[in-house]
Ligand binder design. Sequence first.
Ligand code: UD1
Length: 353
Amino acid sequence: MNHILHVVGARPNFVKAAPVLRSLRERGVLQSLVHTGQHYDRNMSDVFFQQLEIPEPDVNLGVGSGSHAVQTAEIMQRFESVVLERKPDLTLVYGDVNSTVAAALVCAKLLVPIGHVEAGLRSFDRTMPEEINRIVTDRLSDVLFTPSEDGNENLKREGVPSERVHLVGNVMIDSLMQFLPAARRRPKNGFPEPFALVTLHRPSNVDDPEKLSEILNCLTQLNRRLNIVFPVHPRTRQHISEFRVNAEMLHLVDPLPYIDFLALQTCATVVITDSGGIQEETTFLGVPCLTMRTNTERPITVTMGTNTLVGDDRERLVREIHDILEAKKKIGTVPPLWDGHAGSRIAEILVRL
Ligand code: UD1
């Protein structure tokens, strides 16, 4: 491979691409970096580039927000000319966001080989937009890098030839391990201790006024026993204000930079989330994670790690937190190959292609 083009667009992509970019740079591979602009706020994008030491993108497509169709189509339109001009030997896409599937569709039609980092994950829930993105991207990809064995099993079941699939481990954990020492040195920022760290942004939790209000009420009740620290994603912030939901008693803060958020995860009593990546990070850190979803595309965090799916069952959530406060917490282990070297395994495979 002489020239690899990376496409990133949303916050989790940056965390996954950083170690792969670095490993390929160390091996002298020519690379281009395209930012679709799906995430554009300073604290959703620029600060991640700075903290994760990602080079400035060569191209920013500046697509911004929109409905799924609008955002995906806009990325495709703007990205096509970049591919035609730069003529990469392979395009690497990451995770399951709209930028991932849009870039994969463009490259498939231009006959540019596609590599997918974090392939094979399935929640088996097609109401989740990311599940559609995962299925389509994997279908179109030529080289598929999986984070865990379940990914290989899913791809095998879907008929993907095994020679295309490489179990390389979890690139998110590469970034985590690199920046953990810096996170441990971070001052506590005056957050009240002990605390539960909360993140919620999935449409299934935050787009419906009744459900969002019910979740925030439950968190407000919990706040009596355990301080709630809640860095709020822009779409959640927008809905809290639009639906006039009462969140006064909760410690709401703006989305945090990567290292600052990692610092909070390391010292949280429990993390309550609907994010994908945070289920993995807490498993690595050994911090209990209660996931407010009925399913997960990352089942290994439940079977091996510290993750528990609490779905929409608020009584269960409260019960689990009480158990954790009484030191009855789930003990997990770190899955195989979540060892900080996934990026270099990917780079090794790519340079030999
Ligand atoms: C996207 C991903 C999701 C991922 C999440 C991480 C898809 C389908 N979803 O969801 O898988 O877990 O990123 O954060 O790709 N907004 C801003 N500023 C920004 C970005 C977004 O204000 O920098 C607001 C806008 O109102 C926008 C909304 O957030 O409409 C949603 O952003 P969008 O990129 O569409 O999806 P996310 O919810 O961030």
